[in-house]
Ligand binder design. Structure first.
Ligand code: IPE
Ligand code: IPE
Ligand code: MG
Length: 229
């Protein structure tokens, strides 16, 4: 049976969920927050150590300004309102992505929640914000070049991993994408090199702990050979 330490989810389908119900796209994002809370607390109670959630990509800046503004407002509300969820459930919060691009108040809120939950240990929830895997790898390379004490015998794989935003976090075991698209959309490319993949047509606001539990059951029985036999 495979063990699941690190689960990653591409939370897709909020807009289509809203459209199906004749609502504005923003209502889909709002509803998606409930799923984030349900899935995160379920993972904390079910002994998953790391949960990575793709919330906003480096490409999502290409959306209409009103949607971006709404998402940033929602993110700020989330970081404030959900503080209690993190504290009550012993969940540590960690943001990955190019956080520098955000406004100062938002950066401060991210930092505050990280600090306030730093000692929690049931689950680490990693929220990918202004995240792109290519951008993350490029930023890691830049850090390596800027730091000149290079040892010729250094293990390059380890050096790159240690300069990614996910430094110290084990690679992803299982990656799920909701919303039915069969692509990775620039999420965690380095860390998913040997992840098991699962695509579900369920739209993110409709995704439940029950469905997650069934996907994990399937994951546990898959044969993971890592190139061996
Ligand atoms: C995912 O849902 C959430 C974000 C990217 C912020 P979408 O907004 O991509 O929803 P669809 O794919 O258009 O339905
Ligand atoms: C991926 O969803 C990004 C997030 C879930 C945050 P998108 O809806 O932005 O991706 P594409 O456009 O389908 O590739
Ligand atoms: Mg989408």
């Amino acid at each position: 049976m495979n063990t699941l330490k690190h689960l990653a989810i591409i939370m897709d389908g909020n807009g289509r969920w809203a459209k199906q119900k004749g609502k504005m796209r923003s209502q889909g994002h709002k509803q998606g927050i409930h799923t984030v809370r349900n899935i995160t607390t379920w993972c904390a109670k079910n002994h998953i150590s790391y949960l990575s959630l793709y919330a906003f990509s480096t490409e999502n800046w290409n959306r209409p300004k009103n949607e971006i503004d709404f998402l940033m407002k929602l993110l700020k509300q989330y970081l404030q309102k959900e503080r209690k969820t993190y504290l009550d459930n012993d969940i540590k919060f960690l943001a990955i992505g190019n956080i520098e691009a955000f406004s100062n108040p938002l950066k401060q809120m991210i930092q505050n929640l990280q600090e306030d939950t730093a000692k929690n240990s049931a689950l680490t929830q990693i929220l990918a914000l202004n995240y792109g895997a290519k951008d993350e790898i490029a930023r890691a390379c830049k850090k390596i070049i800027q730091n000149d004490n290079h040892d010729k015998n250094i293990n390059m794989n380890e050096l790159i991993a240690a300069n990614l935003d996910t430094k110290g976090i084990p690679d992803v075991d299982l990656l799920i994408r909701t919303g039915g698209e069969m692509r990775l959309s620039n999420f965690l490319l380095w860390q998913i090199s040997y992840a098991e993949l699962f695509f579900t047509p369920t739209l993110w606001p409709d995704f439940t702990p029950d469905e997650l539990s069934n996907i994990i059951k399937d994951f546990k029985t898959r044969s993971r050979t890592f190139g061996s036999l």
